[in-house]
Design a binder for this molecule. Structure first.
Ligand SMILES: [Fe+2]
Length: 252
């Protein structure tokens, strides 16, 4: 991962949850050190593994305590630069084992969090939502349940002008258009980047996605762009992440 980041120099590293296996302080501190060591800014949201599963009292009374104390106090960070507006959503509420959900309050605040004010500056940014759990049943996701209120979340994201939704949880990389929600919006799932618990063709192999934003055609005076998603798969042979598939995602 260090070599890939050094080679491709992303503007932002996004981690869509499950930073740890068992939500232990040491695991959070290791995750923080690893991400800080990569160099670029990073944005992370909690996954179900980042909430204690077996420490029942902690799970009931202070479920994000270890995350806040040892990784980040902010469960729903945001990132903005000239081209990007990225907003994290915590879906790992975890009163069940691993199902996720959006809350009505999160969705009511979505549009405001994306700072869509109609200005050329705002409209020129690509808007990206980050959550841990799936929002729609892409074929590669093999029947995994979507987060509760996913349909409402997609509608809220479409109203907020979101272009890409990044998620994880399923241990399989997948890219596809969201079901009809009033806007062209792409779902981009990451497999397992720092463990080998991938499924299907990713079994035993680390994966990650590299997303590149492409400018619109100049002569069309087009502010909007496209995104290219490279699905990267770890190669034992080369000792590097290699491009396994490329998806072109025209943006709205
Ligand atoms: Fe998960």
């Amino acid at each position: 991962m260090e070599a890939l980041v050094a080679d491709r120099r992303p503007d932002l590293v996004v981690v869509s949850g499950d930073l740890t296996q068992r939500a232990k302080p040491l695991q959070f501190r290791q995750a923080r050190r690893f991400l800080e060591g990569l160099g670029p800014p990073f944005l992370a949201v909690p996954g179900n593994h980042d909430v204690p599963m077996y420490r029942v009292w902690e799970r009931l009374l202070d479920r994000y305590g270890a995350y806040r104390r040892h990784f980040s106090p902010d469960l729903e960070p945001s990132f903005r630069d000239a081209e990007l507006e990225v907003v994290g959503f915590n879906t790992a509420f975890n009163l069940t084992i691993d199902d996720g959900r959006f809350t009505a309050r999160q969705l009511a605040a979505a549009e405001e969090r994306f700072h869509r004010d109609g200005s050329a500056e705002s409209e020129g940014r690509v808007r990206v939502a980050v959550a841990h759990h799936p929002l729609a049943a892409l074929p590669e996701l093999m029947g995994w349940r979507t987060a509760r209120r996913s349909g409402e979340a997609l509608t809220a994201f479409a109203a907020a002008g979101v272009d890409l939704v990044l998620a994880g949880h399923v241990h399989v990389a997948a890219v596809g258009p969201a079901p009809d929600c009033g806007r062209r919006l792409w779902l981009v799932h990451s497999g397992t980047s720092t463990s080998r618990r991938g499924r299907g063709r990713e079994q035993g192999r680390n994966t990650c996605n590299l997303i590149t934003l492409n400018a619109g055609p100049q002569d069309a005076g087009c502010l909007r762009r496209s995104a290219t998603v490279e699905q990267m798969l770890w190669s034992e042979r080369s000792g590097l992440f290699e491009t396994e598939a490329v998806h072109d995602c025209p943006l709205a």
